[in-house]
Design a protein around this ligand. Structure first.
Ligand SMILES: [Zn+2]
Length: 208
């Protein structure tokens, strides 16, 4: 049985109007991947099928980390028991849902840094639609700059454009900015993502 949080998470990912405007492609030599409303809806479906679980009330995440998605165990792990109403924690959920989507599509040809770059980009496109125009941490600023330069977002008109295709050359600066962060410095530049696919069978509910 789904928890209330899982129900809300699945509803958010499949129905939220701003999530439904996040739609871009990452191109690369391995074929790339597509972050799309259909993809977020697939993650929502996997949650409703209990193939992806959400564990809440975590006390073991690091300082300042509100949530993570683990590609090896197919689980979100979140600090709050209550589905957030505020933009910042919702943005983190969007970020982690990108990692879930990469896991679900078993996009093993992509790299960990491109997986992260797509997650930060989706997060800022979501936050942009909620009025955010400035970011302090460099990887967010780089993601916002990429969203603007590539035409995904237009701050002059508040528009969000679907279907933009990003080349490696376009998203490489964002990869580099992420790689410069202490948490990612030990990740190899071309280390593969941990996406391992998601089993068809329902998973047990979380016991943290
Ligand atoms: Zn991430």
């Amino acid at each position: 049985m789904l928890t209330q949080f899982e129900n809300q998470l699945a509803d958010f990912l499949s129905n939220n109007a701003q999530v439904r405007k996040i739609d871009f492609h990452f191109e690369n030599a391995g074929g790339g991947f597509h972050i799309s409303p259909q993809g977020f809806a697939r993650v929502a479906r996997a949650i409703r099928q209990e193939r992806i679980r959400a564990c809440t009330g975590s006390t073991s995440l690091g300082a300042g980390i509100a949530g993570l998605y683990y590609q090896n165990t197919n689980r979100f792990e979140l600090v709050s028991d209550v589905f957030p109403a505020a933009v910042n924690p919702r943005g983190i959920i969007v970020h982690e849902a990108v990692h879930a989507l990469i896991d679900l599509c078993k996009c093993v040809a992509t790299t960990r840094l491109s997986d992260e770059a797509a997650a930060y980009l989706a997060q800022v496109v979501f936050m942009f639609q909620n009025g955010r125009r400035t970011f302090t941490r460099p990887q967010y600023t780089a993601a916002y700059d990429l969203a603007k330069a590539s035409g995904i977002i237009d701050p002059a008109t508040n528009a969000v454009h679907a279907g933009v295709r990003l080349t490696w050359q376009q998203y490489e600066p964002l990869r580099r900015e992420i790689h410069n962060r202490p948490a990612y410095q030990t990740v190899g530049w071309l280390a593969p993502t941990g996406a391992s696919g998601i089993a068809m069978a329902p998973q047990h509910p979380c016991t943290l």
